[in-house]
Design a protein around this ligand. Sequence first.
Ligand code: ADP
Ligand code: MG
Length: 242
Amino acid sequence: MSALLEVRNISRSFRTTLAVNDVSFSVREGELVGLMGPNGAGKSTLFNLIAGVLPPSAGEIVYDGRTVTGWKAHDMARVGIARTFQIPKPYRQLSVIENVMLSAFLREKSIVGARKVAAATLDDVGLADFAESPASSLTVGLLKRLEVARALAMRPKLVLFDEIMAGLTPTEVGSMTSFVAQLPSRGITVIWVEHVLYAIMKTATRMIVINRGKQIAEGTPAMMARDPAVVKAYLGEEIAIA
Ligand code: ADP
Ligand code: MG
């Protein structure tokens, strides 16, 4: 398997904060990689860099053999990188299916085509019954599913999930975990940030750990739970890592 994504010495600062500091890693096609780190570690910023929401201050991003550093989110989406936002940002006045159609239009030119893709995606994430409801009527759990549907309707090759479990009930966590776990078998490579670590640890083939913008560890979930640097980074956080 070849590398689908290569992040090379990437950094991003905001005034005096070095949010991402010289991070390098690669992800092969078909992997499900967990990206973990305590609050403020730089996870969402790293996603913003990979998805083209923010340009890096330094470093390079190579995707599918192409240097895409500095590309805008729309161009990243076109080549197959989609992301969810930690705080869902649906168009609240639009219906659930209309929200998903807006993503489907990336690859579908007709309204009929976009509606078809959107309906299939809603079915996939278990939101079919809410297709015609206004997005503003959804509960937190359903909004997270809508976020996932909006990303998947772009038919990405690489999807970045940013805390799609926050606020979900244990049952919802279970079904979302099984859903994410089967994406690689459908040709979708996943990088997953989650505060609900047990879900990721059960599912990911590999974990990358960052703290204060720096990569501090990488390995299997079982290795990470025993890594002193990882355990130390999480001290003081109310979170069980195994
Ligand atoms: P995480 O997702 O791991 O919790 P973030 O990437 O959101 O961490 O944040 C990393 C650091 O960068 C934090 O110190 C945060 O305050 C800072 N940061 C993130 N985004 C911005 C921004 N747009 N402007 C200024 N500082 C930011
Ligand atoms: Mg975050």
